[in-house]
Design a binder for this molecule. Sequence first.
Ligand code: HEM
Length: 186
Amino acid sequence: MSRAVASRYQPVLVALHWLLALMIIGLLCIGFFVLADMPNTDPKKLGILMLHMAGGMSVFALMILRLIIRIASTRPNTATGVPRLDRLALIAHYCLYLLVFLMIASGYSTGIIAGLNRIVFAHSGEPLPSDFDVFPTFQAHSFLAVLLAILIAVHIAAAFYHQFMLKDGLFRRMWFGKRTITPSEK
Ligand code: HEM
């Protein structure tokens, strides 16, 4: 089957990749380093939770947009490196998408079960639940966050391996610049 191949990703996709990377790493940092140690009685917690939850839902909207553009646009060929690891890399990329969606689903359901839509966004004046750990959805959110952080670290290490050890110009494909599209037999 013939499929066109691009020299770089579509520019909106490039912008979304880096924006989402910043947002997801930011959400992980706010979660692990700010929210996790903050008592639910701290008055500053509502504002930070609002930021975290709104950020998480924005990631959801942008991920959907990214998937649509990814499917509709011409992409570069799949990057190849160490043959035995290529299949693993493909699985890891699907796992990244899956984990992000599971983070959003578990965070969103925790928000609904704990009444955070009323407390955080509608300013109902009710107190926050004393501890989120009692909600199984939050236990999942917490566990998945660790898996996601590990997978992001592996993803970054693999990208650097391609760029600096294999010297295959991987970063160029995920950056802005002149983009050529050529038909290819595949
Ligand atoms: C990619 C998206 C997201 C990431 C990476 C993320 C990450 C995190 C992390 C790392 C924590 C701390 C976990 C811990 O204490 O062990 C956390 C806590 C939390 N997240 Fe998310 N989250 C995301 C999306 C969401 C969404 C969409 C919501 C709700 C709409 C949400 C609601 C919460 C809540 C309620 C907490 C508990 C805060 C606390 O510890 O007191 N998250 N999140």
